[in-house]
Design a protein around this ligand. Structure first.
Ligand code: F6R
Length: 603
Protein backbone atom coordinates (compact mmCIF):
# COMPACT_ATOMS: atom_id res chain seq x y z
CA UNK A 1 0.00 0.00 0.00
CA UNK A 2 1.64 3.15 -1.21
CA UNK A 3 5.19 3.07 -2.47
CA UNK A 4 7.92 5.47 -1.50
CA UNK A 5 11.24 6.17 -3.20
CA UNK A 6 14.17 8.50 -2.73
CA UNK A 7 17.33 9.39 -4.62
CA UNK A 8 20.34 11.25 -3.30
CA UNK A 9 23.35 12.33 -5.37
CA UNK A 10 25.70 15.31 -5.32
CA UNK A 11 25.18 18.65 -7.03
CA UNK A 12 27.71 17.91 -9.79
CA UNK A 13 25.83 14.83 -10.86
CA UNK A 14 24.90 14.25 -14.47
CA UNK A 15 22.10 11.95 -13.31
CA UNK A 16 18.57 13.23 -13.65
CA UNK A 17 16.88 12.79 -10.26
CA UNK A 18 13.41 13.40 -11.71
CA UNK A 19 13.84 10.62 -14.24
CA UNK A 20 15.23 8.23 -11.64
CA UNK A 21 12.42 8.92 -9.18
CA UNK A 22 9.78 8.43 -11.89
CA UNK A 23 11.46 5.24 -13.04
CA UNK A 24 11.53 3.90 -9.48
CA UNK A 25 7.88 4.87 -8.95
CA UNK A 26 6.89 3.07 -12.14
CA UNK A 27 8.13 -0.16 -10.53
CA UNK A 28 6.13 0.49 -7.39
CA UNK A 29 2.89 1.45 -9.05
CA UNK A 30 1.51 -1.96 -8.15
CA UNK A 31 1.43 -0.71 -4.55
CA UNK A 32 -1.19 1.91 -5.39
CA UNK A 33 -2.08 4.18 -8.24
CA UNK A 34 -4.53 6.73 -6.85
CA UNK A 35 -1.96 9.50 -7.25
CA UNK A 36 1.77 10.10 -7.55
CA UNK A 37 4.14 12.87 -6.60
CA UNK A 38 7.75 13.91 -6.18
CA UNK A 39 9.65 16.53 -4.19
CA UNK A 40 13.08 17.68 -5.39
CA UNK A 41 15.77 19.79 -3.89
CA UNK A 42 16.67 22.09 -6.75
CA UNK A 43 19.67 24.22 -5.85
CA UNK A 44 18.41 25.43 -2.48
CA UNK A 45 14.74 25.27 -3.25
CA UNK A 46 12.14 22.58 -2.67
CA UNK A 47 9.93 21.85 -5.65
CA UNK A 48 6.90 19.59 -5.69
CA UNK A 49 4.89 18.05 -8.48
CA UNK A 50 1.95 15.80 -7.74
CA UNK A 51 -1.16 14.63 -9.53
CA UNK A 52 -4.20 12.47 -8.96
CA UNK A 53 -4.38 9.22 -10.93
CA UNK A 54 -1.79 7.03 -12.56
CA UNK A 55 1.90 7.91 -12.74
CA UNK A 56 1.42 8.99 -16.36
CA UNK A 57 -0.58 12.01 -15.08
CA UNK A 58 2.43 13.07 -13.04
CA UNK A 59 4.69 12.56 -16.04
CA UNK A 60 2.41 14.78 -18.14
CA UNK A 61 2.50 17.43 -15.44
CA UNK A 62 6.30 17.32 -15.32
CA UNK A 63 6.45 17.62 -19.09
CA UNK A 64 4.46 20.85 -18.89
CA UNK A 65 6.21 22.07 -15.79
CA UNK A 66 9.69 20.49 -15.64
CA UNK A 67 11.53 20.09 -12.40
CA UNK A 68 15.05 18.96 -11.68
CA UNK A 69 17.44 18.54 -8.79
CA UNK A 70 20.12 16.32 -7.31
CA UNK A 71 18.07 14.83 -4.53
CA UNK A 72 14.42 13.97 -4.05
CA UNK A 73 11.65 11.71 -2.81
CA UNK A 74 8.58 10.25 -4.49
CA UNK A 75 5.31 8.49 -3.73
CA UNK A 76 2.64 6.41 -5.38
CA UNK A 77 -0.57 6.34 -3.37
CA UNK A 78 -3.22 3.84 -2.36
CA UNK A 79 -5.68 6.13 -0.61
CA UNK A 80 -6.54 5.45 3.02
CA UNK A 81 -7.23 8.83 4.64
CA UNK A 82 -8.74 11.25 2.16
CA UNK A 83 -10.06 10.55 -1.32
CA UNK A 84 -7.70 10.35 -4.29
CA UNK A 85 -7.10 13.99 -5.27
CA UNK A 86 -4.26 16.34 -6.15
CA UNK A 87 -4.35 17.89 -2.71
CA UNK A 88 -4.28 14.56 -0.87
CA UNK A 89 -1.38 13.34 -3.00
CA UNK A 90 2.04 13.04 -1.41
CA UNK A 91 4.54 14.63 -0.81
CA UNK A 92 3.01 16.67 1.99
CA UNK A 93 4.74 19.73 3.34
CA UNK A 94 4.84 21.85 6.47
CA UNK A 95 3.20 25.28 6.54
CA UNK A 96 6.17 27.12 5.00
CA UNK A 97 6.84 24.40 2.39
CA UNK A 98 10.37 23.81 3.69
CA UNK A 99 9.92 20.17 4.62
CA UNK A 100 8.41 17.48 2.42
CA UNK A 101 7.33 14.00 3.51
CA UNK A 102 6.26 10.82 1.72
CA UNK A 103 4.66 8.06 3.75
CA UNK A 104 3.53 4.48 3.45
CA UNK A 105 1.41 3.26 6.36
CA UNK A 106 -1.21 4.74 8.67
CA UNK A 107 -0.71 7.25 11.47
CA UNK A 108 -3.37 6.00 13.84
CA UNK A 109 -3.34 8.97 16.20
CA UNK A 110 -3.51 11.50 13.35
CA UNK A 111 -6.80 13.01 14.57
CA UNK A 112 -5.32 13.87 17.97
CA UNK A 113 -2.12 15.19 16.39
CA UNK A 114 -4.14 17.29 13.96
CA UNK A 115 -6.15 18.78 16.81
CA UNK A 116 -2.98 19.56 18.73
CA UNK A 117 -1.25 21.09 15.69
CA UNK A 118 -4.32 23.17 14.84
CA UNK A 119 -4.17 24.58 18.37
CA UNK A 120 -0.62 25.63 17.44
CA UNK A 121 -1.96 27.55 14.44
CA UNK A 122 -1.21 24.96 11.80
CA UNK A 123 -3.63 25.17 8.90
CA UNK A 124 -4.04 21.79 7.22
CA UNK A 125 -4.41 21.56 3.46
CA UNK A 126 -5.26 17.89 3.00
CA UNK A 127 -7.37 15.23 4.69
CA UNK A 128 -4.45 12.84 5.01
CA UNK A 129 -2.92 11.37 8.13
CA UNK A 130 0.51 12.07 6.65
CA UNK A 131 0.30 15.84 6.62
CA UNK A 132 0.57 15.97 10.41
CA UNK A 133 3.98 14.27 10.14
CA UNK A 134 5.32 17.15 8.03
CA UNK A 135 4.01 19.69 10.55
CA UNK A 136 5.35 17.74 13.52
CA UNK A 137 8.82 17.55 11.98
CA UNK A 138 8.66 21.28 11.36
CA UNK A 139 7.62 21.79 14.98
CA UNK A 140 10.74 19.97 16.17
CA UNK A 141 13.09 21.35 13.52
CA UNK A 142 15.93 23.39 14.86
CA UNK A 143 18.54 23.08 12.14
CA UNK A 144 18.94 19.28 12.44
CA UNK A 145 16.57 17.23 10.26
CA UNK A 146 17.57 13.88 11.72
CA UNK A 147 16.85 15.09 15.23
CA UNK A 148 13.55 16.68 14.20
CA UNK A 149 12.39 13.42 12.58
CA UNK A 150 13.50 11.40 15.61
CA UNK A 151 11.56 13.70 17.93
CA UNK A 152 8.46 13.63 15.70
CA UNK A 153 8.51 9.84 15.56
CA UNK A 154 8.14 9.68 19.33
CA UNK A 155 4.67 11.12 18.92
CA UNK A 156 3.48 8.85 16.12
CA UNK A 157 1.30 5.80 16.66
CA UNK A 158 0.71 3.41 13.79
CA UNK A 159 2.81 2.22 10.92
CA UNK A 160 5.15 4.06 8.64
CA UNK A 161 7.90 4.05 6.11
CA UNK A 162 8.81 7.71 5.81
CA UNK A 163 11.19 9.71 3.66
CA UNK A 164 11.77 13.36 4.48
CA UNK A 165 13.65 16.16 2.73
CA UNK A 166 14.21 19.70 3.90
CA UNK A 167 15.20 22.86 2.04
CA UNK A 168 17.60 23.88 4.80
CA UNK A 169 19.35 20.51 4.75
CA UNK A 170 19.69 20.11 1.00
CA UNK A 171 22.17 17.22 0.92
CA UNK A 172 20.26 14.54 2.84
CA UNK A 173 17.15 12.42 3.01
CA UNK A 174 16.03 11.16 6.39
CA UNK A 175 14.07 7.91 6.43
CA UNK A 176 12.35 5.93 9.17
CA UNK A 177 10.41 2.70 9.40
CA UNK A 178 7.92 0.89 11.60
CA UNK A 179 5.84 -2.03 10.32
CA UNK A 180 6.24 -0.99 6.67
CA UNK A 181 9.17 -1.97 4.47
CA UNK A 182 12.01 0.36 3.57
CA UNK A 183 15.14 -0.63 1.71
CA UNK A 184 18.26 1.42 1.09
CA UNK A 185 20.17 0.89 -2.15
CA UNK A 186 23.92 1.63 -2.02
CA UNK A 187 25.59 2.72 -5.25
CA UNK A 188 29.00 4.28 -5.92
CA UNK A 189 28.10 7.91 -6.39
CA UNK A 190 24.59 8.01 -5.05
CA UNK A 191 22.17 6.23 -2.73
CA UNK A 192 18.50 5.38 -3.09
CA UNK A 193 15.60 4.18 -1.02
CA UNK A 194 12.43 2.31 -1.96
CA UNK A 195 9.57 0.33 -0.49
CA UNK A 196 10.89 -2.80 -2.11
CA UNK A 197 13.94 -4.05 -3.91
CA UNK A 198 12.59 -4.02 -7.47
CA UNK A 199 13.07 -0.30 -8.27
CA UNK A 200 16.61 -0.40 -6.94
CA UNK A 201 17.79 -3.22 -9.20
CA UNK A 202 18.29 -0.90 -12.16
CA UNK A 203 20.84 1.09 -10.15
CA UNK A 204 22.41 -1.26 -7.62
CA UNK A 205 22.25 -4.73 -6.14
CA UNK A 206 23.76 -3.77 -2.79
CA UNK A 207 21.01 -3.08 -0.28
CA UNK A 208 20.43 -2.51 3.40
CA UNK A 209 17.15 -3.46 5.07
CA UNK A 210 16.04 -0.91 7.61
CA UNK A 211 14.62 -2.49 10.79
CA UNK A 212 11.58 -1.29 12.70
CA UNK A 213 12.22 1.85 14.76
CA UNK A 214 15.45 2.64 12.93
CA UNK A 215 16.08 6.03 11.39
CA UNK A 216 18.65 6.71 8.69
CA UNK A 217 20.34 9.77 7.29
CA UNK A 218 21.21 9.29 3.66
CA UNK A 219 23.58 11.48 1.66
CA UNK A 220 25.12 10.91 -1.76
CA UNK A 221 28.09 9.02 -0.33
CA UNK A 222 27.06 7.88 3.11
CA UNK A 223 24.29 6.14 5.03
CA UNK A 224 24.05 6.36 8.79
CA UNK A 225 21.51 4.13 10.51
CA UNK A 226 20.45 4.76 14.10
CA UNK A 227 18.35 2.62 16.40
CA UNK A 228 15.61 3.98 18.65
CA UNK A 229 18.17 4.88 21.31
CA UNK A 230 20.01 7.01 18.73
CA UNK A 231 22.92 4.58 18.65
CA UNK A 232 24.67 4.30 15.31
CA UNK A 233 24.23 0.77 13.95
CA UNK A 234 26.39 -1.13 11.53
CA UNK A 235 23.79 -2.66 9.19
CA UNK A 236 24.98 -5.39 6.86
CA UNK A 237 24.91 -4.69 3.12
CA UNK A 238 23.21 -7.58 1.33
CA UNK A 239 23.63 -8.50 -2.32
CA UNK A 240 20.43 -9.10 -4.30
CA UNK A 241 20.79 -11.52 -7.15
CA UNK A 242 17.29 -11.22 -8.61
CA UNK A 243 17.31 -11.06 -12.34
CA UNK A 244 16.34 -7.60 -13.64
CA UNK A 245 14.71 -9.18 -16.67
CA UNK A 246 12.08 -10.73 -14.46
CA UNK A 247 10.87 -7.27 -13.46
CA UNK A 248 10.25 -6.36 -17.14
CA UNK A 249 7.33 -7.30 -19.35
CA UNK A 250 9.58 -8.91 -21.98
CA UNK A 251 7.15 -8.51 -24.83
CA UNK A 252 4.04 -9.62 -22.92
CA UNK A 253 1.13 -7.22 -22.96
CA UNK A 254 0.74 -7.47 -19.20
CA UNK A 255 2.81 -8.58 -16.26
CA UNK A 256 -0.04 -10.85 -15.23
CA UNK A 257 0.11 -12.89 -18.42
CA UNK A 258 3.89 -12.99 -18.26
CA UNK A 259 3.76 -14.22 -14.68
CA UNK A 260 1.15 -16.88 -15.50
CA UNK A 261 3.40 -18.12 -18.30
CA UNK A 262 6.46 -18.11 -16.04
CA UNK A 263 4.90 -20.66 -13.69
CA UNK A 264 6.46 -23.79 -15.14
CA UNK A 265 9.92 -22.28 -14.69
CA UNK A 266 9.17 -20.81 -11.26
CA UNK A 267 7.77 -24.16 -10.09
CA UNK A 268 10.85 -25.96 -11.30
CA UNK A 269 13.12 -23.50 -9.52
CA UNK A 270 11.15 -23.84 -6.30
CA UNK A 271 11.30 -27.62 -6.48
CA UNK A 272 15.00 -27.66 -7.30
CA UNK A 273 15.79 -25.29 -4.44
CA UNK A 274 14.82 -28.08 -2.02
CA UNK A 275 15.28 -31.37 -3.84
CA UNK A 276 18.77 -32.52 -4.78
CA UNK A 277 19.45 -35.91 -6.32
CA UNK A 278 15.92 -37.04 -5.50
CA UNK A 279 16.35 -36.12 -1.82
CA UNK A 280 14.39 -33.47 -0.01
CA UNK A 281 16.60 -31.02 1.85
CA UNK A 282 14.85 -28.70 4.26
CA UNK A 283 18.12 -27.80 5.93
CA UNK A 284 17.94 -26.74 9.56
CA UNK A 285 14.17 -27.00 9.71
CA UNK A 286 14.02 -30.75 8.88
CA UNK A 287 14.25 -32.02 12.46
CA UNK A 288 11.67 -29.61 13.72
CA UNK A 289 9.27 -30.44 10.86
CA UNK A 290 9.57 -34.18 11.50
CA UNK A 291 8.45 -33.72 15.10
CA UNK A 292 5.30 -31.75 14.26
CA UNK A 293 2.06 -32.99 15.83
CA UNK A 294 -0.09 -30.10 14.67
CA UNK A 295 0.27 -27.52 11.92
CA UNK A 296 -1.14 -24.00 12.04
CA UNK A 297 -1.11 -21.87 8.89
CA UNK A 298 -1.94 -18.19 8.41
CA UNK A 299 -1.97 -15.86 5.41
CA UNK A 300 -4.22 -13.36 3.68
CA UNK A 301 -6.08 -13.54 0.37
CA UNK A 302 -4.31 -15.76 -2.11
CA UNK A 303 -1.70 -16.77 0.46
CA UNK A 304 -4.50 -17.95 2.76
CA UNK A 305 -5.86 -20.04 -0.10
CA UNK A 306 -2.46 -21.72 -0.39
CA UNK A 307 -2.94 -22.58 3.28
CA UNK A 308 -6.37 -24.11 2.61
CA UNK A 309 -4.92 -26.29 -0.16
CA UNK A 310 -2.12 -27.26 2.25
CA UNK A 311 -4.61 -28.32 4.91
CA UNK A 312 -6.22 -30.86 2.59
CA UNK A 313 -2.86 -32.18 1.41
CA UNK A 314 -1.14 -32.41 4.79
CA UNK A 315 -4.11 -34.04 6.52
CA UNK A 316 -4.54 -36.52 3.67
CA UNK A 317 -0.91 -37.52 3.18
CA UNK A 318 0.69 -36.95 6.58
CA UNK A 319 -2.37 -37.50 8.84
CA UNK A 320 -1.47 -34.49 10.97
CA UNK A 321 -4.20 -32.03 12.00
CA UNK A 322 -3.96 -28.66 10.30
CA UNK A 323 -5.58 -25.42 11.30
CA UNK A 324 -5.68 -22.63 8.75
CA UNK A 325 -6.93 -19.11 9.22
CA UNK A 326 -6.89 -15.72 7.59
CA UNK A 327 -4.33 -13.68 9.48
CA UNK A 328 -6.73 -10.81 10.17
CA UNK A 329 -9.12 -13.19 11.99
CA UNK A 330 -6.46 -15.29 13.63
CA UNK A 331 -4.88 -12.32 15.37
CA UNK A 332 -8.14 -11.33 17.07
CA UNK A 333 -9.50 -14.72 18.03
CA UNK A 334 -7.34 -15.61 21.02
CA UNK A 335 -5.93 -18.70 19.27
CA UNK A 336 -4.75 -21.79 21.10
CA UNK A 337 -1.15 -22.38 20.04
CA UNK A 338 1.29 -24.74 21.70
CA UNK A 339 5.00 -24.17 21.66
CA UNK A 340 5.56 -27.41 19.70
CA UNK A 341 3.04 -26.56 16.93
CA UNK A 342 4.51 -26.13 13.49
CA UNK A 343 3.43 -22.62 12.52
CA UNK A 344 3.54 -21.63 8.88
CA UNK A 345 3.20 -18.06 7.67
CA UNK A 346 2.55 -17.61 3.96
CA UNK A 347 3.13 -14.22 2.34
CA UNK A 348 4.37 -13.32 -1.13
CA UNK A 349 5.56 -9.88 -0.10
CA UNK A 350 6.52 -10.82 3.43
CA UNK A 351 5.15 -7.45 4.50
CA UNK A 352 1.38 -7.92 4.91
CA UNK A 353 0.45 -6.16 8.16
CA UNK A 354 -2.05 -8.75 9.45
CA UNK A 355 0.22 -11.66 8.57
CA UNK A 356 3.11 -10.04 10.43
CA UNK A 357 0.94 -9.54 13.51
CA UNK A 358 -0.28 -13.15 13.35
CA UNK A 359 3.34 -14.28 13.13
CA UNK A 360 4.16 -12.26 16.22
CA UNK A 361 1.35 -14.06 18.08
CA UNK A 362 3.00 -17.38 17.20
CA UNK A 363 6.19 -15.95 18.70
CA UNK A 364 4.56 -14.91 21.94
CA UNK A 365 3.31 -18.51 22.31
CA UNK A 366 6.87 -19.76 21.98
CA UNK A 367 6.15 -21.59 18.72
CA UNK A 368 8.66 -21.96 15.90
CA UNK A 369 7.73 -20.40 12.58
CA UNK A 370 8.38 -21.34 8.98
CA UNK A 371 7.81 -18.49 6.56
CA UNK A 372 6.94 -19.19 2.94
CA UNK A 373 7.71 -15.97 1.14
CA UNK A 374 8.93 -14.66 -2.17
CA UNK A 375 10.88 -11.65 -1.01
CA UNK A 376 14.37 -12.10 0.33
CA UNK A 377 14.98 -9.72 3.21
CA UNK A 378 11.27 -9.07 3.80
CA UNK A 379 10.10 -8.62 7.38
CA UNK A 380 8.51 -12.08 7.44
CA UNK A 381 11.76 -13.65 6.26
CA UNK A 382 13.74 -11.82 8.89
CA UNK A 383 11.43 -12.54 11.80
CA UNK A 384 10.63 -16.21 11.12
CA UNK A 385 12.75 -19.01 12.51
CA UNK A 386 13.04 -20.72 9.14
CA UNK A 387 12.31 -19.58 5.59
CA UNK A 388 11.27 -21.44 2.46
CA UNK A 389 11.61 -19.04 -0.44
CA UNK A 390 9.29 -19.34 -3.38
CA UNK A 391 11.59 -18.96 -6.36
CA UNK A 392 9.04 -16.98 -8.35
CA UNK A 393 11.17 -13.87 -8.96
CA UNK A 394 9.54 -10.45 -8.65
CA UNK A 395 5.76 -10.64 -8.95
CA UNK A 396 4.63 -7.29 -10.29
CA UNK A 397 0.98 -7.83 -11.31
CA UNK A 398 -1.35 -7.06 -8.43
CA UNK A 399 -3.24 -10.34 -8.85
CA UNK A 400 -1.01 -13.08 -7.58
CA UNK A 401 -0.34 -16.05 -9.85
CA UNK A 402 3.19 -17.46 -9.86
CA UNK A 403 3.66 -16.62 -6.18
CA UNK A 404 0.58 -18.74 -5.42
CA UNK A 405 1.59 -21.84 -7.34
CA UNK A 406 5.12 -21.69 -5.95
CA UNK A 407 3.64 -21.34 -2.45
CA UNK A 408 1.75 -24.55 -3.23
CA UNK A 409 4.99 -26.20 -4.32
CA UNK A 410 6.52 -25.23 -0.96
CA UNK A 411 3.60 -26.58 1.06
CA UNK A 412 3.63 -29.81 -0.92
CA UNK A 413 7.36 -30.18 -0.25
CA UNK A 414 6.70 -29.60 3.43
CA UNK A 415 3.99 -32.27 3.18
CA UNK A 416 6.61 -34.70 1.84
CA UNK A 417 8.72 -33.94 4.92
CA UNK A 418 5.77 -34.49 7.24
CA UNK A 419 4.90 -37.92 5.80
CA UNK A 420 6.28 -40.59 8.13
CA UNK A 421 6.41 -43.36 5.50
CA UNK A 422 9.55 -42.67 3.46
CA UNK A 423 8.33 -44.56 0.40
CA UNK A 424 5.12 -42.56 0.24
CA UNK A 425 7.06 -39.36 0.68
CA UNK A 426 9.38 -40.21 -2.23
CA UNK A 427 6.37 -41.09 -4.38
CA UNK A 428 4.85 -37.70 -3.73
CA UNK A 429 8.15 -35.95 -4.42
CA UNK A 430 8.44 -37.77 -7.73
CA UNK A 431 4.94 -36.68 -8.63
CA UNK A 432 5.88 -33.09 -7.79
CA UNK A 433 8.91 -33.29 -10.05
CA UNK A 434 6.63 -33.55 -13.09
CA UNK A 435 4.39 -30.65 -12.09
CA UNK A 436 6.39 -27.90 -13.90
CA UNK A 437 6.20 -29.69 -17.22
CA UNK A 438 2.48 -30.42 -16.69
CA UNK A 439 1.94 -26.74 -15.89
CA UNK A 440 3.54 -25.95 -19.23
CA UNK A 441 0.93 -28.00 -21.09
CA UNK A 442 -1.80 -25.81 -19.56
CA UNK A 443 0.02 -22.60 -20.42
CA UNK A 444 0.21 -23.99 -23.97
CA UNK A 445 -3.58 -24.28 -24.09
CA UNK A 446 -4.13 -20.61 -23.46
CA UNK A 447 -5.77 -19.95 -26.82
CA UNK A 448 -8.51 -22.42 -25.98
CA UNK A 449 -9.07 -20.73 -22.62
CA UNK A 450 -8.98 -17.33 -24.31
CA UNK A 451 -11.72 -18.48 -26.74
CA UNK A 452 -13.86 -19.70 -23.86
CA UNK A 453 -13.36 -16.40 -22.01
CA UNK A 454 -14.35 -14.34 -25.03
CA UNK A 455 -17.73 -16.15 -25.09
CA UNK A 456 -18.33 -16.10 -21.35
CA UNK A 457 -16.64 -12.97 -20.01
CA UNK A 458 -19.83 -10.99 -19.46
CA UNK A 459 -21.72 -13.46 -17.30
CA UNK A 460 -23.09 -11.48 -14.37
CA UNK A 461 -22.36 -14.25 -11.87
CA UNK A 462 -19.63 -16.86 -11.86
CA UNK A 463 -19.66 -19.56 -9.22
CA UNK A 464 -16.74 -21.87 -8.64
CA UNK A 465 -17.36 -25.10 -6.86
CA UNK A 466 -15.66 -28.33 -5.97
CA UNK A 467 -15.12 -30.76 -3.15
CA UNK A 468 -12.03 -31.18 -0.94
CA UNK A 469 -8.99 -29.57 -2.57
CA UNK A 470 -11.16 -28.74 -5.60
CA UNK A 471 -13.12 -26.55 -3.21
CA UNK A 472 -9.89 -25.04 -1.88
CA UNK A 473 -8.84 -24.04 -5.37
CA UNK A 474 -12.31 -22.71 -6.15
CA UNK A 475 -11.69 -20.07 -3.46
CA UNK A 476 -8.60 -18.82 -5.26
CA UNK A 477 -10.24 -19.01 -8.70
CA UNK A 478 -13.18 -16.89 -7.57
CA UNK A 479 -10.85 -14.33 -6.02
CA UNK A 480 -8.88 -13.99 -9.25
CA UNK A 481 -12.01 -13.24 -11.25
CA UNK A 482 -13.29 -10.72 -8.70
CA UNK A 483 -9.99 -8.91 -8.60
CA UNK A 484 -9.47 -8.24 -12.27
CA UNK A 485 -12.85 -8.73 -13.92
CA UNK A 486 -15.01 -7.11 -11.20
CA UNK A 487 -17.53 -9.91 -11.63
CA UNK A 488 -19.54 -11.18 -8.73
CA UNK A 489 -17.86 -14.52 -8.29
CA UNK A 490 -18.09 -16.86 -5.31
CA UNK A 491 -16.67 -20.19 -4.35
CA UNK A 492 -18.80 -22.89 -2.78
CA UNK A 493 -18.14 -26.34 -1.43
CA UNK A 494 -20.22 -28.21 -4.00
CA UNK A 495 -22.12 -30.05 -1.27
CA UNK A 496 -23.22 -26.74 0.23
CA UNK A 497 -24.99 -25.64 -2.92
CA UNK A 498 -28.35 -27.02 -1.90
CA UNK A 499 -28.11 -25.32 1.47
CA UNK A 500 -28.62 -21.87 0.04
CA UNK A 501 -26.38 -20.72 -2.83
CA UNK A 502 -28.41 -22.52 -5.49
CA UNK A 503 -31.05 -19.81 -5.04
CA UNK A 504 -28.63 -17.49 -6.86
CA UNK A 505 -28.26 -19.69 -9.92
CA UNK A 506 -30.05 -18.65 -13.14
CA UNK A 507 -29.37 -18.48 -16.87
CA UNK A 508 -26.91 -15.64 -16.31
CA UNK A 509 -24.66 -17.83 -14.22
CA UNK A 510 -21.49 -19.61 -15.22
CA UNK A 511 -20.47 -22.44 -12.93
CA UNK A 512 -16.86 -23.56 -13.00
CA UNK A 513 -16.70 -27.05 -11.52
CA UNK A 514 -13.30 -28.34 -10.47
CA UNK A 515 -13.48 -32.11 -10.54
CA UNK A 516 -10.15 -33.77 -9.89
CA UNK A 517 -11.03 -36.34 -7.29
CA UNK A 518 -12.31 -39.51 -8.95
CA UNK A 519 -13.97 -40.69 -5.72
CA UNK A 520 -16.24 -37.69 -5.92
CA UNK A 521 -17.03 -37.61 -9.64
CA UNK A 522 -20.58 -38.90 -9.12
CA UNK A 523 -21.34 -36.26 -6.54
CA UNK A 524 -19.95 -33.55 -8.80
CA UNK A 525 -21.98 -34.87 -11.70
CA UNK A 526 -25.17 -34.47 -9.66
CA UNK A 527 -24.20 -30.97 -8.58
CA UNK A 528 -23.56 -29.95 -12.17
CA UNK A 529 -26.95 -31.32 -13.21
CA UNK A 530 -28.59 -29.33 -10.43
CA UNK A 531 -27.18 -26.02 -11.64
CA UNK A 532 -27.76 -26.84 -15.30
CA UNK A 533 -31.42 -27.52 -14.49
CA UNK A 534 -31.57 -23.90 -13.25
CA UNK A 535 -30.17 -22.53 -16.50
CA UNK A 536 -26.46 -22.19 -15.64
CA UNK A 537 -23.66 -22.92 -18.11
CA UNK A 538 -21.05 -25.33 -16.76
CA UNK A 539 -17.34 -25.42 -17.38
CA UNK A 540 -15.68 -28.51 -15.92
CA UNK A 541 -11.97 -28.64 -15.15
CA UNK A 542 -10.91 -32.23 -14.86
CA UNK A 543 -8.13 -34.66 -15.79
CA UNK A 544 -7.48 -35.40 -19.44
CA UNK A 545 -9.10 -38.57 -20.78
CA UNK A 546 -11.74 -38.41 -18.07
CA UNK A 547 -15.06 -38.61 -19.89
CA UNK A 548 -17.24 -38.66 -16.77
CA UNK A 549 -18.55 -35.17 -17.43
CA UNK A 550 -18.86 -35.23 -21.22
CA UNK A 551 -22.63 -35.34 -21.14
CA UNK A 552 -23.22 -32.79 -18.42
CA UNK A 553 -20.62 -30.03 -18.87
CA UNK A 554 -21.05 -27.43 -21.61
CA UNK A 555 -17.29 -27.19 -21.88
CA UNK A 556 -14.40 -29.19 -20.45
CA UNK A 557 -10.88 -27.92 -20.04
CA UNK A 558 -8.61 -30.85 -19.26
CA UNK A 559 -5.50 -30.74 -17.11
CA UNK A 560 -2.73 -33.38 -17.04
CA UNK A 561 -3.20 -36.28 -14.66
CA UNK A 562 -1.73 -36.04 -11.22
CA UNK A 563 -2.66 -36.86 -7.63
CA UNK A 564 -6.07 -35.39 -6.70
CA UNK A 565 -4.57 -33.42 -3.81
CA UNK A 566 -1.90 -31.90 -6.09
CA UNK A 567 -4.34 -30.94 -8.82
CA UNK A 568 -4.95 -27.38 -7.50
CA UNK A 569 -1.47 -26.38 -8.63
CA UNK A 570 -2.54 -27.19 -12.21
CA UNK A 571 -6.26 -26.39 -12.28
CA UNK A 572 -5.63 -22.89 -10.96
CA UNK A 573 -3.60 -22.05 -14.07
CA UNK A 574 -6.78 -22.57 -16.12
CA UNK A 575 -8.76 -20.19 -13.91
CA UNK A 576 -5.94 -17.63 -13.83
CA UNK A 577 -5.92 -17.58 -17.63
CA UNK A 578 -9.71 -17.45 -17.72
CA UNK A 579 -9.75 -14.45 -15.35
CA UNK A 580 -6.99 -12.74 -17.34
CA UNK A 581 -8.76 -13.09 -20.69
CA UNK A 582 -12.14 -12.08 -19.23
CA UNK A 583 -10.51 -8.94 -17.93
CA UNK A 584 -8.98 -8.20 -21.35
CA UNK A 585 -12.36 -8.75 -23.03
CA UNK A 586 -13.93 -6.24 -20.65
CA UNK A 587 -11.25 -3.70 -21.47
CA UNK A 588 -9.86 -3.72 -17.91
CA UNK A 589 -6.20 -3.34 -17.04
CA UNK A 590 -5.44 -6.65 -15.29
CA UNK A 591 -2.13 -5.38 -13.92
CA UNK A 592 -3.80 -2.49 -12.11
CA UNK A 593 -7.20 -3.61 -10.79
CA UNK A 594 -9.32 -0.88 -9.26
CA UNK A 595 -9.14 -0.27 -5.50
CA UNK A 596 -6.35 -2.80 -5.00
CA UNK A 597 -2.68 -2.60 -4.17
CA UNK A 598 -0.29 -5.48 -4.09
CA UNK A 599 1.30 -5.06 -0.74
CA UNK A 600 -1.19 -4.54 2.09
CA UNK A 601 0.94 -2.99 4.79
CA UNK A 602 -2.00 -1.50 6.67
CA UNK A 603 -4.65 -3.36 8.65
C1 F6R B 1 -4.63 -11.68 -4.65
C2 F6R B 1 -3.54 -11.18 -3.85
C3 F6R B 1 -3.80 -10.90 -2.43
C4 F6R B 1 -2.56 -11.30 -1.60
C5 F6R B 1 -2.74 -10.85 -0.13
C6 F6R B 1 -1.57 -11.29 0.71
O1 F6R B 1 -4.25 -11.88 -5.97
O2 F6R B 1 -2.47 -10.98 -4.33
O3 F6R B 1 -4.95 -11.54 -1.95
O4 F6R B 1 -2.40 -12.67 -1.68
O5 F6R B 1 -2.85 -9.47 -0.09
O6 F6R B 1 -0.38 -10.77 0.23
P1 F6R B 1 1.01 -11.39 0.64
O7 F6R B 1 1.07 -12.74 0.05
O8 F6R B 1 2.02 -10.46 0.06
O9 F6R B 1 1.03 -11.45 2.13
Amino acid sequence: MCGIVGFCSNRETELNATEILIDCLSKLEYRGYDSAGIALINKNDLEIRKAKGRLSNLENLIEKSPVEGHLGIGHTRWATHGEPSDINSHPHTDVSNDIAVVHNGIIENHAKLREWLEKHNVVFRSETDTECVAHLIDFHYNGDLLLAVTEALKRLEGSYALAVVCKSDPESIVVAKKDCPLIIGRADDFNLIASDVTPLLEYTREVQYLEDNQVAKITCDNVEIFDEDNILRDVEISHVDWDMQSAQKNGFEHFMLKEICEQPYALEQTYKARVYGGKLDLGEMSEFVKEAKKVVIVGCGTAYHAGVVAKYAIEHYARIPVEVDVASEFRYRDPIINSDDLCIVISQSGETADTLQAMRIFKTKGAKIIAITNVVGSTVSREADYVMYTQAGPEIAVASTKAFTTQLMCVYLLTCALIKDEEKSIELMNELKDIPQKAQTIVDRQEEIQRFASNQFNKSKVFYFGRQSDFAISLESALKLKEINYTHSEAFAAGELKHGPIALVDENTLVVASCCNSKLYDKMDSNMKEVKARGAKVLAITFEKNDAFNSVADEIIPIPNTEAFLSPILSVIVTQLYAYYCSINRGNDPDHPRNLAKSVTVE
